[in-house]
Design a protein around this ligand. Structure first.
Ligand code: TRP
Length: 333
């Protein structure tokens, strides 16, 4: 059994990275680099569970890679690669399809929320996507998985699959991976609707801050963000009834590496316009350099492709070794 801490996480290359990706995932990825062996994957196999235009997909894979590097991931410290280049993900995915249960997948709320009444028209891939996610994690015998709160249920499924595999084959092959979910900022919400997640698929540009936004765009979006007409309260209970206002406080807290209490102490009794000014300043300071770096990196696509190729070679070494062991345990030659 793997004793060392091994971190794995994945980001889907389906469009512009935004503040939710940064605070909910990337910022945490960067911190973990110094504590553990880390593998960060651009999950292109997951992306095609919903149709992607092939040339857009290629661009988005490189853009997500650029986002990884621009937020501070170091390809010398961490393994950065794209999922489809390591065939072990799909192979283990199939094996785990045969371990996981239809009943387990039927409970996945993300699938139900995504397809709504159109279940019959959803791709089979979208339905079994959590099994592939489990394969991503278990292929490397990962021990820790940093994810946003929306992925918690998928990670629990991965733990169930790992346990069932170990029990079925009477072998302690897979460590049971632990979720790493940030308490302060597990969910960044839309700037227009505090009950909806900040999302790249939201029609309104004003709902999210993209990492490539200019300073002017950031300032405009924060100004237009929904908040509240009364002044900022001094406790979470009152704030919780105003989800848009709470979201702004949470974003400020996470971005400035403060605690919730510190932020509240700084802003209680003041108007939201004051918080918005401070938040805009901080966003411009933190996000604009990242956006500029993404744009710069995208000017040299061959460099980004080279990073992915090198990461793929490193990932393959671990994946092939583990897959050999897994296949043997399952009973394949
Ligand atoms: N399902 C994740 C998401 O949509 C992405 C993902 C795929 C992932 N494989 C993973 C995250 C493995 C963590 C570990 O955000």
């Amino acid at each position: 059994m793997n004793k060392k801490k091994l971190v794995f996480s994945g980001v889907q290359p389906t469009g512009n990275l935004h503040l939710g990706n940064y605070l909910g995932a990337l910022k945490n990825f960067v911190k973990l680099q110094d504590e553990a062996e880390c593998i960060y994957c651009v999950v292109d196999l997951h992306a095609i569970t919903v149709f992607q235009d092939p040339s857009d997909l290629k661009n988005n894979i490189l853009e997500t890679t650029a986002g990884f590097l621009a937020t501070g991931l170091d390809y010398k410290k961490s393994i950065i690669f794209n999922q489809s280049s390591v065939s072990g993900h799909a192979e283990l995915g199939w094996i785990l399809n045969c371990v996981s249960k239809v009943g387990w997948l039927n409970r996945m709320t993300q699938f139900k929320d995504k397809v709504g009444k159109d279940k019959e028209k959803a791709s089979v891939g979208l339905y079994i996507y959590p099994n592939l996610m489990a394969a991503d994690i278990l292929l490397y015998k990962s021990t820790h998985v940093p994810v946003g709160a929306d992925q918690k249920q998928h990670l629990e499924l991965c733990r169930d699959i790992a346990q069932k595999f170990n029990a079925d084959f009477k072998k302690n092959l897979f460590p049971i991976p632990e979720p790493l979910i940030q308490k302060e900022m597990s969910r960044v919400m839309s700037l227009r609707d505090g009950m909806a997640k900040m999302s790249k698929s939201d029609e309104s540009n004003y709902s999210r801050i993209d990492l490539k936004d200019s300073a002017d765009e950031i300032i405009k979006k924060v100004k237009k963000a929904k908040s509240d007409s009364s002044s900022i309260p001094d406790n979470l209970k009152v704030l919780s009834e105003k989800p848009e206002a709470l979201n702004l406080i949470n974003i400020y807290t996470s971005l400035s590496d403060r605690s919730f209490d510190q932020t509240i102490n700084e802003f209680k009794g003041k108007d939201y316009s004051h918080l918005k000014n401070k938040l805009s300043e901080l966003l411009v300071e933190v996000i604009c350099p990242v956006g500029k770096e993404i744009k710069k990196l995208l000017e040299d696509k061959s460099f980004l492709e080279k990073i992915l190729r090198e990461g793929t070679e490193k990932a393959k070494v671990i994946a092939e070794r583990n897959l050999k062991e897994i296949k043997n345990v399952v009973g394949f030659f």
